[in-house]
Design a protein around this ligand. Structure first.
Ligand code: ITT
Length: 188
C-alpha cells in the first residue's frame, strides 16, 4: 500500500515514511498546491485542504497539518506555527516567554486521508513544555524547544527514532495506518 503525502517539508516526509514503514505502507510526496482555510483547529485545516485535493488527485492522498499551541500565549502560534517560525523564529518565541513561569504547550497534528470519495481525519496530540533555551540537534522546526511531558529532553535531544514513536505525528499516522490496514481493507 502507498499513500501520497502533500507536503513541501522533507522532514515531515522522512518522519511519516519511518512511522508507516512497520505497517508496510510506503510514502510518496505529492507536489500539489494546498488551499489552507483560516481556522484555529488543524483538523479543520487539513480536512478542507484534503477535500479540495481528493477531487483532483483521488484515493490515498494525505494532507497533514501541525500546530504548536502555547498556553501562556493563548494558544499562539497554533496553526500559524509555520509563519511564526519563518518570521520571529525560535528566539522570538523564547523572547515572548521570557519571565513566564507557565511553559505548557501542546503539539497537535491532523492527517486527512482521501479514500472512496470521503475524507477521514486522524489526530495526534503531545503535551509538553517550552524549554528555556534550544537544546539538541535532531528533528526540525520547534523540536529544539519542545519537551514532551515527563521525558526531560526536547524532541531534538530525543532524536528521530524516539520522536517517531511518541510524537504528535506518530500518533496521528499510526491511527491512519491502523484504520487503513483494518477498516479500509475490509471494505475493499
Ligand atoms: P507542509 O508543506 O507540510 O505544510 P510545513 O513545514 O509548512 O510543511 P506545517 O504548516 O504543518 O508544515 O508546520 C507548521 C510549523 O511547525 C512549521 O514551521 C514546521 O517546521 C513546524 N513543525 C511541524 N511539525 C513539527 C514537528 O514535528 N516538530 C517541530 N516543528 C514542527
Amino acid at each position: 500500500m502507498r499513500i501520497r503525502l502533500v507536503t513541501n517539508n522533507p522532514h515531515k516526509l522522512a518522519e511519516v515514511s519511518q512511522i508507516l514503514a512497520p505497517y508496510g505502507i510506503e510514502v510518496e510526496r505529492l507536489g500539489a498546491e494546498k488551499v489552507e482555510v483560516q481556522h484555529d483547529d488543524v483538523a479543520e485545516i487539513a480536512k478542507k485542504a484534503a477535500e479540495n485535493l481528493c477531487v483532483r488527485y483521488g484515493d490515498y492522498v494525505v494532507v497533514e497539518d501541525t500546530g504548536l499551541y502555547i498556553e501562556a500565549l493563548g494558544g499562539f502560534p497554533g496553526p500559524y506555527a509555520d509563519y511564526v517560525y519563518r518570521t520571529i523564529g525560535l528566539s522570538g518565541v523564547l523572547k515572548l516567554l521570557e519571565g513566564v513561569a507557565n511553559r505548557r504547550a501542546v503539539f497537535r497534528c491532523a492527517a486527512a486521508l482521501c479514500l472512496g470519495g470521503r475524507v477521514e481525519v486522524f489526530l495526534g496530540e503531545v503535551r509538553g513544555t517550552i524549554a528555556q533555551v534550544p537544546r539538541g540537534t535532531g528533528g526540525f522546526g520547534y523540536d529544539p524547544i519542545f519537551e514532551p511531558e515527563g521525558l526531560g529532553r526536547t524532541y531534538a535531544e530525543l532524536g528521530d527514532d524516539v520522536k517517531n514513536k511518541i510524537s504528535h505525528r506518530a500518533q496521528a499516522f499510526s491511527k491512519l495506518a491502523t484504520w487503513l490496514t483494518t477498516t479500509a481493507s475490509k471494505r475493499a
